[in-house]
Every structure is written in C-alpha cells, then in structure tokens.
Ligand binder design. Sequence first.
Ligand code: GLN
Length: 313
Amino acid sequence: MDYQPLLEEVLKDVSAYRGQGSVAGYIPTLARADPNKLGIALALEDGSAFAAGDGEETFSIQSISYVFSLALALHHQKSALWNHVGREPAGSPVNSIFQLEMEKGKPRNPLTSAGAIVVCDQLIGADTADEAVEEMLGFLRERSSDESVAIDEGLAMSESQAGAFNRSLAYFISAFGNMQNPVAEVLSLYYRQCSIAMSCRQLARAALYLAFDGTDPVSGDAVTVASRARRINALMLTCGHYDNSGDFAFRVGLPGKSAVSGGILAIIPGTGAVCVWSPGLNAAGTSLVGVMALERLVERTGWSLFGHGRSLG
Ligand code: GLN
C-alpha cells in the first residue's frame, strides 16, 4: 500500500470538518490553539514513517504522556502498581472526583487524571520528580530517535497555576493514604510530563514498540516484555478516552489515547502506530476531527481489531 497518498486522502476526507469542536480553554496556551490545525503520521515496522498535513508540528502531549509514564512505572513497580490504581474503564469524565471518593482514593484506571497522578507518584518512588522527569524525557527521546524532544516549561507553569482541580484530586488521593511523595512533588512531574512537546511523527515512532510485543522493531531494543505491552494496549483500548472509550472502540477499534490538546495516539498491533492532531474537541475531550480521520484510516486499511466492515454512516 502507498501510505503517503493514503494519509493525504484521509485528511482530505475530513477536511470539511476542520475547525469543528471546541478547543480546550482552561489555560491560555491551549485556548490560543488554531482549531484548523490537522496532522497525521504513521510509523511502521520497517522504520518507514509518513506524515501529512500538520503531522510534523509539535503540540503538548498532555494525557498521551500517561501511556509512557505507565510503561515506566510498571517497569519499576511491576504488578505492585495495581495495589494503587485499578484497571477498569471509568465511564466518567477525565477528572472526576466523585468516583475517587466512592473508591476511597484508588483511581479506577491509570489513564484518568487521578490515575495518572498516582502513576507519577509511583514513578518517582524513592527518587525526586526532577529525576523522574529526566527519565521520562530520556525515554521519549530514545523511543522517538529524536534528541530534540523537550518540555514547554512556560506551559508547565500555566498548567500548575490553573491546577486547582488536579491539586484537589492529588490531596484527596493523599488523604486516603495512596500517595507516598508530597503532593507538590508529584504534581511537578505530572505538569511537566503533560507539557512535553512532540509532533505526530515523533509520537507514532515513540509508541512503535507497543505494536510489536514490547520490542522496537527498528532499533531491536527490548523496551518491555510482551505481556506488559499487551496489557498497556488493553488499557488504552478500554480506558484511553475517558467516558468516550466505548465510542472510540466502536468507531476506530484500536488501542488509543487522546489528549486535551487534540492529539490521539493509536496502536495497530503487528503493523505500526499512528497519531493524529486536531485541537477541536468533542464533549468528552477527544479530538473531534482526529477521531474522524482515524475512522477513515481504518475503513481504508481494515486495521480495526474487530473486523474489516465499512461503516454504514
Ligand atoms: N494537563 C491536563 C490536566 O490534567 C489535561 C491532560 C489531558 O489531556 N486530559 O489538567
């Protein structure tokens, strides 16, 4: 298959919808995002990579970072991580505090804000947030084969200033005894990991190992064991889009993680990884045009895990 024209056709298919959805407004940097941006990139087993539209432009990876911090925390804590966070779909908005109260400070899964905060605490472990940030950045630079991956420090600062909600979640978790490090230390990792700037091309490349049983097919690096890659994919499929995960499986059928900046990373097991970016969000906070683009991509390629049938509309 010729992938470059395929990506361009996919973007053309959805370009009439560009600008739809609402851009996240809780901090100025995100509120200023151009809703007409639209990019896509695909990374494949043989090292080939394709990008179209704004697929080379960087944006803050926001909650796509949860996937990578989860992989690193599992590497350090192994299955003990599951004493601190669950693995069931939440079916509630990304930052629900109600559910956290019901479940006594143990977040439902690692791909909600509360779950990701717990994962950050576990990733820091007995180290410092600065060391964990360096580990995360080093990991993403190595996986994307790009030393230029960096944190947007100004954005991290505004995330922190606007962070009353996340502080509430973190103190709540701490009050239930599910946090070993000081809240400020944990959130300083959380805000900086959300503020890492990457392009669709870099993200698709960085996630390639998840499509190949934990081994990067290009470098040959054994990044993680096969069972862990499989489980991270399962969590992305069931929990990767807040209370929109069922709809994403219905329409796209791939493990994925969406972010408030409009990025969506998806894994195509045995084939590769794809990332789309378009800042306009649907009501659940998933990129509205991004999901449409992935839907068109799986229709044209038959990559959904659940079968090849075309949508009826
Ligand atoms: N950084 C943001 C927050 O937690 C949002 C992350 C996301 O993409 N949902 O406030």
